[in-house]
Write a protein that binds this ligand. Sequence first.
Ligand code: ADP
Ligand code: MN
Ligand code: MN
Ligand code: MN
Length: 447
Amino acid sequence: MAQAVVPAMQCQVGAVRARPAAAAAAAGGRVWGVRRTGRGTSGFRVMAVSTETTGVVTRMEQLLNMDTTPFTDKIIAEYIWVGGTGIDLRSKSRTISKPVEDPSELPKWNYDGSSTGQAPGEDSEVILYPQAIFKDPFRGGNNILVMCDTYTPAGEPIPTNKRNRAAQVFSDPKVVSQVPWFGIEQEYTLLQRDVNWPLGWPVGGYPGPQGPYYCAVGSDKSFGRDISDAHYKACLYAGINISGTNGEVMPGQWEYQVGPSVGIEAGDHIWISRYILERITEQAGVVLTLDPKPIQGDWNGAGCHTNYSTKSMREDGGFEVIKKAILNLSLRHDLHISAYGEGNERRLTGLHETASIDNFSWGVANRGCSIRVGRDTEAKGKGYLEDRRPASNMDPYVVTALLAETTILWEPTLEAEVLAAKKLALKFLENHAAFHSPVNILVEHHT
Ligand code: ADP
Ligand code: MN
Ligand code: MN
Ligand code: MN
């Protein structure tokens, strides 16, 4: 069985080997879940601090944990934004003169967009607009994390600013009156840093087949719980609407859920929760990947199931509204797939609890469908639907806004219905073509 190579989360405390945690705490360092580096696990690097000299680390730790509030009103704001790939996160810090409660109290800021693939070198300035604030679990005190979106100096949203469009959808009076809720299940995979191979997997080899790992306990089945748990608490502290977490089917893979959150908040909370996860894995020396199919073969991919409901779906008679929403979703399947994450075709194969990327399907309690409706929703005649198609690397602003648009704002056009019918007919013929070559010729004439 695979040897666990899970590094202990040390949270900026490196050289505690020589002294037990209690002694370190007594010596003045506020110790935050210290664990000694276990035998057989490689101690990972903790920022730039030398782990050789206990004294150095303790003093550094005191500075990192220092509560500055008795000495200054000033706080540190970490401005966070989505970078040029549409999935990378960037951030930088600035001093704000006093604690703030609302993003409107914060100044706009800028950065060099030519260094993030978001602007040409000769006109490189991109402007950051603060949009949502969270408590900073790393710096503590009144310090904050700030979710920003990105604009040209003339005030136009830049192409990678997906929040702006989502905010428009979520401020449409029709959408507002439907109070759209989203519960997002973010799956992710942890990799050993230097080999880019999942945490807990033997380097150059594979663990035993899937089965024992989902929601598992035990050092031969659960890899990276420290990271999942540190992230859970950090998110609660920050004010993220995190609703749970679980170990996943593929070893080294985890999930957490955020929601139900209303409208644009779902996107803000997912992005900040991803930022916190990147920071924690950075400290742990573990690599976070949101690739939808990190390991080819008989291993589960990573998704971002999006549970969704409107006010009318949650009220009596809601199941009928859900069915109408599913009809709309079926007619726009291709559009949704194109917006649900890069590389999703490697994940949506029809195996491993997914539906094929080419076919739209829905069902009650069926995890092999594009859309699943829970037993509870069917029984009560109201509730929510689960869109199982989004990949782990999807942009939550894009996915949530498109769900609201397709189910609240968009009405099926005759054209869309004809197109969908045509697609179905072609698929039918293609299926038959495998068995009857004359039909095959017919299909070729028609395509
Ligand atoms: P699964 O059974 O698919 O693993 P999870 O328990 O992981 O589901 O996630 C379900 C998510 O759906 C949670 O985030 C939960 O908050 C959210 N949720 C529950 N009710 C609703 C609702 N009415 N509308 C939208 N989301 C909801
Ligand atoms: Mn889940
Ligand atoms: Mn899952
Ligand atoms: Mn799910």
